[in-house]
Every structure is written in structure tokens, then in C-alpha cells.
Design a binder for this molecule. Sequence first.
Ligand code: SF4
Length: 120
Amino acid sequence: MSKIDFIDYICRPYCMFFREGEKEEMACLGARVAETLGEKALFDPEESAAWDKDESAWRDPDRDALLFENVCRPCEFRAEDCEYRSDDPPADAEPCGGLILLSLLMARSLIDKTALENCL
Ligand code: SF4
């Protein structure tokens, strides 16, 4: 287990839907995959919590396609609750915090397609 809770390095710094004090019943797949990668020590959650939320990381088309196939397609939230992956997303829609962190990890070459596949 990581020393810090995933709320502290996934939801609070990166998820636009996070509300302090609100308890979610279930985490989206992006957060669960990011947590698994942290537990495998592929990155340091305490360090990643302080990274810039750099939009270019998740706007990269190739990276986005890879994250869609490996994380969003099987995510239980995609069909009804995910604005970012809806048929007509608003221009300012953001992915969940987990997917943002995964895109930042890929942009920094800390994880790749194989690392994602090994989490599912
Ligand atoms: S961006 Fe949406 S579909 Fe993709 S992992 Fe996050 S909640 Fe699920």
C-alpha cells in the first residue's frame, strides 16, 4: 500500500469532480489503475501529487486513444457518468483525475501500454 491515500494524489490534485468531504461509493477505473501502478512502485505518489495538471498530456491524440482502449472502454462510469467520454463532450470537459494522472505518467515515460495492460 502506498503511504498516502489515493484521494491525496489522484482525486484532490487532478479530478475536477472531487468535492472535499463527499464520499464516493466506487472509484472510476482510471483511479484504480493509477493506484495499482503506485502500489507497484512505478511512480512516487507523493511526488506526482505536486505535478502541474498539464492539459497537453491528455490532449495528445495517440496517448488519448491508448488510454481510451485500455482504461475508459472497460470503465463502469463511461456509459452514463463520464462527460469527457460522452458522444458530445463540452470543449472544457476533463477526464477523471485517474486518467489525468495516467496521461501525466505516460508523458513522463514512467508507464507505457504494457504497464496499463498488466493492471487489468
Ligand atoms: S475518463 Fe471517464 S471513462 Fe475514462 S476512466 Fe475516467 S471516468 Fe472512466
